[in-house]
Design a binder for this molecule. Structure first.
Ligand code: GLU
Length: 435
C-alpha cells in the first residue's frame, strides 16, 4: 500500500515549489490508490507559526490537493503536527541510546554516531547517487534545550507513518544519506526517494519569496488564477506528460503520472505560459461558474452587483478577452455604474467629427422606438438609423460603443446595449453627445 506525504515547515507562505512537491505526491497517491498524508514539520518554535500552517492548508485546499491523513482529516498515525509528537521522538532516541549509537556532549546535546560507510540513494528521478563515507562530525539529534533537529524527526515520522515513497525538492538530496543512515540504525527500510528538480525563474536564477509566481496565495489565489489551470501548469514544471496536448484534466494527469518521467534538470517558471493555461480554463467555464469565481474580483474593485443575471452575462461576454480574473473588472466596470469614465482616446474620437453627435442622436431616436429590447432589436434599430442617415451600420457601431462603455474595446455593441437596458442606453448616448 503506497503512502506518501507532503511535509512542509510552516515558516511562511506556501511556495510554488512546495505546491508542486505536494502535487507530485498527490498525483502518485491518487494514481496508485495510495494514501496522501499531510504532516506539519513545526518543531522550530522560533520560526514556525500557526498562521503559516493555516496558510499552507488554505493553499493546498485551493489547489484541490486533498489529504487522507493529517490536520483536520485525522488518521491512525497522528498527531500530524511534529510539535505534538515529542514523546514519540523521545522513545526513538532511547532506542538509539540503548544500541550505543549516541553520545551526550558536555553541553547536553545528543549526537548520532554516523556509520561512516558509503551510502547509496536509489532515487527515482536522480538515479543511484552514492555518498562516500562521511568525514562530517557526528550529527546532533537533540539540542541542549531538548528540541530535536529536522533530520531526526523527519526520519522518525517517515518510519512511524509508514511512508513508502518520498517526493521532495532536490535541495534535500545532499542530506539523504544522513536519513538513510538513521533508517539503517533503526533497522527500518528507507522509503523510495524521488528528488524533484527545483523551480527557477525564467532567467535561470534561483526563485526567491519575492519573485513573480512564487507564492500560491499572493500570486495565484489573489492573482486571478483558477486552481485547475495552476494544477495543470505546475505539472509541467519538471514533468512532461505523454500526451498530444498540454491542457489536461486532473483525471488525465493522474492517469498519465509517471515518476520515472520527472526531469532531472531544473524547471524554469514561465508566467506567460501559466496565464495561457488560465485563459484556456476560463473559456471553458459556464456563465454561472465564471461569475462565481469572478465575483470577488469585481467586488474588490468596488463594483456593486444589483442584478446577478446581468452581471454574469456581462462577465461572460468578455471571457475571450482575458487571461486572468483580475483583468475582468476593467473590461466590465461600465455595466455596473453610470458614471464610468470615458477613456481619453474615446473622447478624442467622439469629438473628431462634428457629425458624430447627429449620428448618435439618430441612433438614439431609432433605439427609443423599440418596444422590445433584445440584441436583435438593437441591431435592427441601428441598421434603420444608418439607412436613414445614408451611412453604413459600421460607421455607427463604434460611436455607440464609445458612448455606452467609454471604451474602444469590449464585447459586441448589441450585447452591451441589451444588457444595460433601453433606458440606460438612451441616457448614455445623451451623456456622450454632451461631452
Ligand atoms: N520540512 C521539510 C521541508 O519543508 C520536508 C522535507 C521532506 O519532505 O522530507 O523542506
Amino acid at each position: 500500500m503506497i503512502r506518501v506525504r507532503f511535509a512542509p515547515s510552516p515558516t511562511g507562505d506556501l511556495h510554488v515549489g512546495g505546491g508542486r512537491t505536494a502535487l507530485f505526491n498527490w498525483l502518485f497517491a491518487r494514481k496508485f490508490g495510495g494514501t496522501f498524508i499531510l504532516r506539519i514539520e513545526d518543531t522550530d518554535g522560533a520560526r514556525n507559526t500557526e498562521e503559516a500552517a493555516q496558510g499552507i492548508l488554505k493553499g493546498l485546499r485551493w489547489m484541490g490537493l486533498d489529504w487522507d491523513e493529517g490536520p483536520d482529516a485525522g488518521g491512525s498515525y497522528g498527531p500530524y503536527f511534529q510539535s505534538q509528537r515529542k514523546s514519540i521522538y523521545d522513545a526513538y532516541l532511547a532506542r538509539l541510546e540503548a544500541d550505543g549509537r549516541t553520545y551526550v556532549e558536555d553541553n547536553g546535546a545528543v549526537r548520532f554516531k554516523f556509520s561512516r560507510t558509503a551510502i547509496t540513494v536509489n532515487d527515482l528521478v536522480c538515479g543511484d547517487v552514492t555518498f562516500a563515507p562521511t568525514e562530517e562530525p557526528d550529527m546532533t539529534l537533540r539540542r541542549p534545550d531538548g528540541s530535536y533537529i529536522f533530520h531526526f524527526v523527519n526520519v522518525v515520522d517517515d518510519i512511524e507513518m509508514k511512508m513508502t515513497h518520498v517526493f521532495r525538492g532536490e535541495d534535500h538530496l545532499s542530506n539523504t544519506w544522513k536519513h538513510i543512515d538513521l533508517f539503517n540504525a533503526f533497522g527500518a527500510t528507507p522509503p523510495t526517494y524521488a528528488h524533484i528538480p527545483l523551480i527557477l525563474n525564467s532567467d535561470g536564477s534561483k526563485m526567491s519569496k519575492r519573485d513573480e509566481g512564487s507564492a500560491i496565495e499572493k500570486s495565484y489565489m489573489n492573482g486571478g488564477f483558477l486552481p485547475d489551470a495552476v494544477f495543470n501548469y505546475l505539472c509541467m514544471l519538471g514533468w512532461t506528460p505523454r500526451a498530444d496536448v498540454e491542457k489536461l484534466s486532473r483525471e488525465a494527469l493522474v492517469a498519465l503520472f509517471e515518476p520515472s518521467e520527472i526531469h532531472s534538470s531544473n524547471a524554469r517558471f514561465d508566467m506567460a505560459k501559466c496565464s495561457w493555461f488560465n485563459a484556456q480554463y476560463l473559456r471553458e467555464l459556464s456563465p454561472e461558474a465564471l461569475f462565481a469565481v469572478a465575483r470577488p474580483f469585481l467586488e474588490k474593485e468596488g463594483l456593486v452587483i444589483t442584478d446577478e443575471a446581468v452581471a454574469a452575462a456581462a462577465v461572460y461576454s468578455v471571457k475571450e478577452k482575458v487571461s486572468l480574473l483580475t483583468e475582468i473588472p476593467s473590461w466590465v466596470h461600465y455595466f455596473f455604474r453610470e458614471d464610468y469614465v470615458f477613456e481619453a482616446d474615446v473622447v478624442t474620437k467622439l469629438k473628431a467629427k462634428p457629425e458624430n453627435v447627429a449620428l448618435l442622436q439618430a441612433a438614439a431616436s431609432a433605439l427609443a422606438t423599440q418596444t422590445e429590447w433584445t440584441e436583435a432589436s438593437v441591431q435592427t434599430a441601428v441598421e434603420e438609423a444608418a439607412k436613414t442617415l445614408s451611412v453604413k451600420p459600421g460607421a455607427l457601431m463604434p460611436l455607440l460603443r464609445f458612448a455606452l462603455s467609454g471604451q474602444s474595446r469590449g464585447p459586441g455593441v448589441t450585447t452591451i446595449a441589451h444588457l444595460i437596458g433601453q433606458a440606460s442606453t438612451l441616457k448614455r448616448i445623451e451623456r456622450a453627445t454632451a461631452l
